[in-house]
Write a protein that binds this ligand. Sequence first.
Ligand SMILES: [Zn+2]
Length: 455
Amino acid sequence: MSSKYDVVIKNGFVVYPDKTVLADVGINGDSIAKLGPADSLSGTKVINAEGCYVLPGLIDPHTHPVYLDNLQDLSKTAAWGGVTTVIHYAYAKPGQSLLQIIKQWKEEAGKTSYIDFALHGGLFETIKQADELPDAFKEGVTSFKMFLSYAKLGWMTDDYALTKAMDIIGREGGMAALHAENGLAIDYIQDKLLAEKADITERFLETSPALAEAEAIFRSVYLGRLMKCPVYIPHISSREAMEVIEYLKSRKFPVIAETCPQYLSRTWDILKEFGPLGKVGPAIKTQDDQDALWDSVENKLIDTIGSDHAPKPKKIDDNFFDAPYGTPEIETMLANVWHSGVNSGKITPNDIARITSENSARIMGLFPKKGRLDEGSDADIVVFDPAKQWTISHTNQHTNASYSIFEGREILGKVDTVLSRGKVIIENDTFSGQAGDGKFHATKSGEWFKNNYKF
Ligand SMILES: [Zn+2]
């Protein structure tokens, strides 16, 4: 008799970016001990995955645990969605110390998170906070978000401060992440519409134009090249932006492209139904933009999918202009992308493994512990049932938000079982995670670029 594993996931289709294998997964402790032929391994606990896909736990590179869901709540709703590692944006608002925020979040999430986590820094007052960047690296944080948008709010990083930050980040071996929309141009357009007393719900798209997104991507990636600093562009929303990304990648500029489920599964006309609930930044755009994003996933111009989970307190009859940007997304991310992408034949389960897990692990320097179901890797695993039919509603989600912009959407395919470092945390619609089980992971976001790009 061969050895017995702590847990065996039996007879599932184990998915990699490059192959799908009908196999048993044997787990001992935290990690994957053995991949064997179907029905070959025995375990103390056996999970029957027949007819299901066995995916690497999702790594969500884009989360905001500061609104209706805090660090603990977000990690729970994430787990329900098949996410086993979250990379939060630790935002240092103007006047705050980036280093203090990073230390506080590490401590709080270390005590309360159900799943593993890492942090990006977020700079709202870049010219001052950039001086803290070298210390942030010592804390295991190597990627840093700045805003080229939101000038009126006082959050915009201008080109002078951006160049300074990129100089330091490049030298330390990290990565800059930019909210890429031209903030001053957008402020002018907003002011003009407000002066005209225009219907902002109707004309919301004009306040988040694809051209302003494309321009900011182009500018920031060029400045990154100048300062030898890799650039990550979160939440890409338009065809115009993807054309710039295609050009930059053809020139071998170090840039990573992320989009989100809301841009892949919704178009801007949801605002008619959902009003301010559907307000996100950048705006969800047209069907043509959505088609371009799917093409980009298919042809590998999109590297990662992030949720941009940011459930804000708002109601459908709130004033549209004053309503905050953001939606709950993390729990429905995998199901939405699967349903819109795999069920329609646009992409394969292998693409899902690539864009929701392995690429993020590689780019953030968490590979090979995370991102792939190999022997020796952390046993972060999702068993996904492609035949399960269900309907998205805010009432069957675990976020504290009381709405979903996918309300009523019928989905084929559902997260069935989730393991976080070998421990079953979701099974039979029951959550059994422990607060504080999640571990902090230091990132090494620059290393992948060093191996893949010439600066
Ligand atoms: Zn975001």
